[in-house]
Design a protein around this ligand. Sequence first.
Ligand SMILES: [Fe+2]
Ligand SMILES: [Fe+2]
Length: 162
Amino acid sequence: MLISAELNKAFNEQIGRELLASHQYINIASYFDGRALKKLAAMFFKQSEEEREHAMKFVQYLNDVGGKVEVPAVGAPKSDFQSAEEAVRLALQWELDVTKHINDLMTMANEQKDYAAREFLDWFVKEQIEEVSTMQDLLQIVQQVGEHYLIMVEAYLSHGGE
Ligand SMILES: [Fe+2]
Ligand SMILES: [Fe+2]
């Protein structure tokens, strides 16, 4: 086994967070779909798939190093939103929290001189920069156009903005 019990446990907790993010984004995507904002919906469905892929990267890594995969209980994500801004703000807050957790995992890997885990986590460090920036941009756009003109966000997303 090429991973400590402590890091193994922390990785399993991260699998839970990635899956919760995946589920949260299904709810956000569906909220947008319910408002006929198909591009925003598509963007969050895609994000949902990516979060599942993130969870699976941790699963694969644990299996590769002979660790034990234990998918934890995942709570219910939020499903009621008063506005697009509230939904996007939740996504941004989530990405910021995940970034903090990835950094904590990196700290743990460093302390344990687990260089394989460090290299594995490097990918997530970079990915989080992109994820946070995407959500920050989207939040700004949504705030600037306002709730009644979200159709303009759809146009923005159609032209490759994200
Ligand atoms: Fe993720
Ligand atoms: Fe993410």
